[in-house]
Design a protein around this ligand. Structure first.
Ligand code: FES
Length: 111
């Protein structure tokens, strides 16, 4: 299985502390800029499927708007209940002025 990289944003588009939601390969992905570094995780909260884009980014943590669960966007780890299951993470690379996110060609978890 190979990983395809899709252009999800331009580097200047997502300021530090901001997020962007994109849909690629049928998956909703949350891009987050944490102090200049770009990260990508699933946009869907593992608690009850709320969009994390509607939540709030605080440092490297995104807080779900529905029940205030929290995830570390740099690792996907659930760090505050009621969220318990980690988010899927996606590889991110910068290519010129583009932020590219790696999605598998079969819609499966990239290795
Ligand atoms: S849906 Fe996100 S914490 Fe409940």
């Amino acid at each position: 299985m190979s990983t395809d990289y899709i252009t999800a944003a331009t580097v200047g588009e997502i300021a530090p502390g901001k997020m962007k939601r994109v849909v690629a390969n049928g998956e909703a992905i949350l891009l987050a800029n944490v102090e200049g570094e770009h990260y990508a995780v699933s946009d869907i909260c593992t608690h009850e499927d709320a969009s994390l884009y509607l939540g709030c980014l605080k440092g490297k943590r995104v807080q779900c708007s529905l029940h205030s669960g929290m995830f570390d966007v740099t690792t996907g780890e659930a760090v505050e209940e009621p969220a318990e299951i980690a988010l899927k993470t996606y590889p991110v690379r910068i290519n010129g002025d583009k932020v590219e996110v790696g999605v598998s060609d079969k819609g499966e978890q990239p290795a």
